[in-house]
Design a binder for this molecule. Structure first.
Ligand code: F6R
Length: 600
């Protein structure tokens, strides 16, 4: 995920910007750059690769005002031209987030005579601000941002003037004495100050050495409170959360939005995958897809199977990558390799095996430039930002979103789904980030539940259809970080064997949100209750009936049946997290596990 730094004061800006950017390195990046006003003009230094390399090539820059950026590529390759800052005339811009309508804006600006050098959405912003500039930087930024759909944290430099703004992407202002800072997060500048102002959505800050003035997008002054931070550096990197995993669970409203932003058009009922370049005829020829993946990504793949079969009428085989590479039968004509790291050796080996049959290949991954991205025909990035906790959380929900979009895209192209239905499904999708936020706000219920059951030795997670992969994922998460034995089962399969294990000592987490199989799941709940199992139901917030059959209910907002598994996912993630915390486990680095598994 990109990082922003800014400085306006009396010291040399460049070393402070470089130092701040280094403190944002943990977020992950593929290129970096700074722009400093050296009392004559803005000087830009940027390149792909590490900040330390950029630093080595810097001359002695005298200016005391500047902006900096670490880029995690979304639009355009990770290279020097696409690295930030981007300039237009004497204006320099760094930006995090995604400008969803950048194509439309770009066409408008090209028509007005602007020349684009990069493939980024950010360059649009630089030209747009330049376009509106009439001797007032703040007002030019306001006018430009009013034209933008999407998310942004942005820092703009012109001469000694610096303006920052945000919408759905984090940005803080650090207050010093005779100097002020901006940054994507607190740790970036915690070395210089402990006094911070946390910017809210649609706010702008004019940052001068001796004061910072805040405005709303309509130029109305805004009063802001100062927050004094007493965290140490390690706590600061986790933004005050006790663990990266909890931080990453909480980042999901933003990461989920990032996964679909710019890829949907509700007005036209369209899914946009520009790089895919598939025609309706080509999609009609795909009669079978093979998904290859491991672990959590495999669970996402199983969810993908339900999606593709339901929405696009295409049969999907989900293959465990480490097994598939020894298979003797050919995969489907299209193979989707899912891997958050893009480096998993088992998935790579299976992918190479699939390619030997001549199948077309798509990678769904989070890491730009990962090995997997270099071996497939097409890459769809999940855009979750870096995930530090070993247990995958936000990358999983982003994988679910990407698969949802792909299934809709294929279904539209092969005529299996109507434009009207896509419009309705996009409308439901857009509600998910806010619904996830509501679950996170109610996390105390999940924590209490975890407290009650943390001493259990065995757990079961059950669900049917779209919720079955989430039951598997719930069990996997719990195993990984709490070391409790847990099984995920298709609820209807319990009676074919595992029911023998059910007793008063095996809590059962039943995903019982409303949908086609709701009544059947309730019957399965009754089966386990009859064997004395304590049952925790994940159910819709308006489902009063369910209380009669279970011991605890964790409620989620009512959502479309196909999308509500995303909400249940957040619950099982929180449950695993709180159980592991009760048991004092090493949550971010569980024993025996690694974030990137590069051995077969
Ligand atoms: C679970 C987890 C692992 C990975 C698996 C595949 O939390 O992280 O199960 O999902 O090792 O990794 P990727 O997705 O990087 O291929």
């Amino acid at each position: 995920m990109c990082g922003i730094a800014g400085y306006n004061g009396k010291q040399k800006a460049a070393p402070i910007l470089i130092d701040s950017l280094k403190r944002l390195e943990y977020r992950g990046y593929d290129s970096a750059g700074i722009a400093v006003f050296d009392n004559t003009s803005i000087k830009v230094y940027k390149d792909k690769g590490k900040i330390a390399e950029l630093e080595k090539g810097l001359p002695d820059i005298t200016g005391s005002v500047g902006i900096g950026h670490t880029r995690w590529a979304t639009h355009g390759r990770p290279d020097k031209v696409n690295a930030h800052p981007h300039t237009s005339g004497d204006i320099a811009v760094v930006h995090n987030g995604i400008i969803e309508n950048y194509q439309t804006l770009k066409e408008r600006l090209v028509h007005s005579g602007y020349t684009f050098v990069s493939e980024t959405d950010t360059e649009v912003l630089a030209h747009l601000i330049n376009h509106y500039y009439r001797n007032n930087l703040k007002e030019a930024v306001m006018s430009a941002l009013k034209d933008v759909t999407g998310s942004y944290a942005v820092a703009v430099l012109r001469g000694t003037e610096m303006v920052a703004a945000r919408k759905d992407s984090p940005l803080v202002v650090g207050l010093g004495s005779g100097e002020n800072f901006i940054a994507s997060d607190i740790p970036a500048v915690l070395k210089y100050t402990r006094n911070f102002i946390l910017m809210d959505n649609m706010e702008l800050a004019c940052v001068y050495p001796d004061e910072v003035l805040f405005f709303d997008i309509n130029n109305k002054p805004v009063e802001k409170a100062v927050t004094i931070i007493d965290w140490d550096m390690e706590a600061a990197e986790k933004s005050g959360y006790d663990h990266f995993m909890l931080k990453e669970i909480h980042e999901q409203p933003v990461s989920i939005h990032g996964a679909f932003a710019g890829r949907i058009s509700e007005l036209e009922g369209n899914i946009i995958f520009e790089d895919m370049g598939l025609s309706g005829e080509q999609v009609k020829e795909i009669s079978r897809i093979s998904v290859i993946a491991c672990g959590t990504s495999l669970n996402a793949g199983l969810f993908g199977k339900y999606l593709f079969e339901h929405l696009a009428g295409i049969h999907v085989d989900v293959e465990i990558a480490s097994e598939f590479r020894y298979a003797h039968s050919p995969p489907g004509s299209l193979v989707i390799a899912i891997s958050q790291s893009g480096e998993t050796a088992d998935t790579l080996a299976a992918l190479r095996q699939a390619k030997s049959y001549g199948s077309g290949t798509i990678a769904v991954t989070n890491v730009i430039g990962g090995t997997i991205t270099r071996e497939v025909d097409c890459v769809v990035y999940t855009r979750s930002g870096p995930e530090i906790g070993v247990a995958a959380t936000k990358t999983f929900t982003s994988q679910l979103i990407v698969l949802y979009l792909l299934a809709l895209y294929f279904g539209k192209l092969n005529g299996k789904i109507s434009t009207d239905k896509i419009k309705r499904m996009i409308s439901s999708l857009k509600k998910i980030p806010a619904q996830v936020t509501r679950i996170l706000e109610n996390r105390e219920v999940v924590r209490e539940c975890a407290e009650n059951f943390a001493s259990s030795n065995d757990f079961f997670f059950i669900g049917r259809t779209f919720n079955y992969p989430i039951a598997l994922e719930g069990a996997l998460k719990l195993k990984e970080i709490s070391y409790i034995h847990a099984e995920g089962y298709a609820a209807g399969e319990l009676k074919h064997g595992p029911l023998a294990l059910i007793s008063g000592k095996t809590p059962v987490v039943a995903i019982a949100t409303r949908g086609l199989t709701y009544d059947k799941v309730v019957s399965n709940i009754k089966e386990v209750k009859a064997r004395d199992a304590p049952v925790i139901a994940i159910a819709d917030e308006n489902d009063i009936e369910i209380e009669k059959y279970v011991d605890m209910v964790i409620r989620v907002p009512a959502a479309d049946e196909i999308l509500s598994p995303l909400l249940s996912t957040v619950v099982v993630q929180l449950l695993s997290y709180y159980v592991a915390r009760e048991r004092n486990c090493s949550i971010d680095q569980p024993r025996n596990l690694a974030k990137s598994v590069t051995v077969e």
